[in-house]
Design a protein around this ligand. Structure first.
Ligand SMILES: *Cc1c(COP(=O)(O)O)cnc(C)c1O
Length: 431
């Protein structure tokens, strides 16, 4: 494997783009490498500019549930492109995509398209605050909701404290209304609501946390959040930017049978183009301009090309529900294979999996919240990552992201991955 071309592009990239990348995790910095630059991808395989082939488990961080450049998703996209790329005046395809989302999510009666997941969560919170006439929001440690100011907070000291900005440039004033609790800790939510429940506009969470590795929610946790928010008149927002149309066609809310008041989407609904959306009960969405007073807009929102791709994607998923069962079977095989490898090698570790989101944590399990995640073994992971890469397997360059399975991953891919996982772990841990 050589990286001559990638290295050359990277040396140019850093001159013109901060860190040479347009989103930090692409930099491979956490594993002490320079990034590979991609030329093309097809199915489960991705190819870098030096011609190296990898089985891809990043899959654009979630959108590509049908694999790269899927022919069925791409069908007709050239015709759509030639009809024009943006009008700034509405199109029918926007209505069709909205209808598909509303039909799949009983909790969503109306939906507004935006351009990213970040915009979706930011806008949903604005609407929730306007609807409840309250300012405070509650989020959970280790949950990522995009990079907007008020959500860019992790808690230093757990429940019952105000948020501390995670990034310079976020004024403390902006995050003073952001409360943070540990994931899966209902007691801390109850405590915080007892004190300030009548000021809390919304509780926002990833119904399956998939940005601190993968952490499944306890059923009582989700049920408890639904009960408490109802009791206090707060809006429960599910950030389904990853889980939406992935865990089931109806997302995590179908998977766990819990209805939030509002839902955020992204990733899969754009079929690989930049899209986000937020929606909820009609009464809440009636707050949004131009029918309501809450301003939210976008030059490229509902972009016809992105909507076309999203429509193809959602239609294929809708008409082929067996996809979810197939993914479950493949993901379970991968989970079992990695678990077996860990135990054969006598390495402390655990695999968290929900549907087609799979994550190996190195260290003592179980991993149920951000504190558990932080205890994981990072050094050995870095060696493991490099060994996998050498064997033609691309996983996220950090332990704290999911392996995203797609329908394009074959049984052979999974078997080869399990075998390589064994070899890479063996070397990383000197076994
Ligand atoms: C990716 C992600 C976002 C942000 O979406 P962008 O399109 O990157 O802005 C928000 N929430 C969750 C759960 C995500 O995984």
């Amino acid at each position: 494997m050589n990286n001559i071309k990638s290295e050359k592009i990277y040396s140019e990239a850093v001159k013109y783009i901060p860190g040479g990348v347009n989103s930090p995790v692409r930099a491979f910095k956490s594993v002490g490498l320079n990034p590979i630059f991609i030329d093309k991808a097809h199915g489960s395989k991705i190819y870098d500019v030096d011609g190296n082939e990898y089985i891809d488990y990043i899959c654009s961080w979630g959108p590509l549930i049908l694999g790269h450049s899927n022919e069925d998703v791409l069908k007709g996209v050239e015709d759509a492109l030639r009809k024009g790329t943006s009008y700034g005046v509405p199109t029918q395809i926007e209505v069709e995509v909205a209808k598909l989302i509303v039909q799949a999510y009983p909790s969503v009666e109306m939906v507004r398209m935006v351009n990213s997941g970040t915009e979706a969560t930011m806008s949903a919170l604005r609407v929730a605050r306007a609807y409840t006439k309250r300012s405070k929001i509650l989020k959970f440690e280790g949950c990522y909701h995009g990079h907007s100011d008020s959500l860019l907070v992790k808690s230093g000291s757990g429940a019952l404290t105000y948020g501390v900005p995670t990034s310079p440039g976020v004024p403390e004033d902006v995050v003073k209304d952001t409360l943070v609790c540990p994931y899966n800790d209902l007691k801390s939510v109850e405590d915080i609501f007892k004190k300030q429940g009548s000021d809390i506009a919304a509780v926002i969470l990833e119904p399956v946390a998939a940005n601190m590795g993968v952490v499944a929610p306890k059923k009582e946790f989700l049920e408890g959040l639904r009960r408490i928010t109802k009791e206090y008149g707060s809006i429960l927002i599910f950030d389904e930017v990853i889980t939406g149309f992935r865990l089931a066609f109806g997302g995590a809310q179908e998977y766990y049978n819990i209805e939030p008041d509002m839902t955020c989407f992204g990733k899969i609904i754009g079929g690989g183009l930049p899209v986000g959306a937020y929606g909820g009960k009609r009464e809440i969405m009636n707050m949004v301009s131009p029918i309501g007073p809450v301003y939210q807009a976008g030059t490229l929102s509902g972009n016809p090309l992105a909507m076309y791709m999203g429509h193809r994607m959602l239609t294929i998923l809708k008409n082929n529900r067996e996809i979810y069962n197939d993914l479950e079977i493949k993901a379970e095989k991968l989970e079992k294979g990695i678990m077996d490898n860990l135990s054969k090698l006598g390495i402390a570790g655990t695999v968290n999996r929900v549907g087609s989101l799979v994550c190996m944590f190195l260290g003592e399990g179980p991993v149920d919240n951000y504190d558990d995640v932080k205890r994981c073994d990072v050094e050995n992971f870095n060696i493991y990552f490099k060994e996998l890469l050498q064997r033609g397997i691309l996983v996220a360059p950090t332990q704290f992201e999911a392996m995203f399975l797609s329908t394009a991953h074959t049984d052979d891919d999974i078997e080869y991955t399990i075998k390589s996982n064994y070899e890479a772990l063996k070397i990383a841990f000197n076994k």
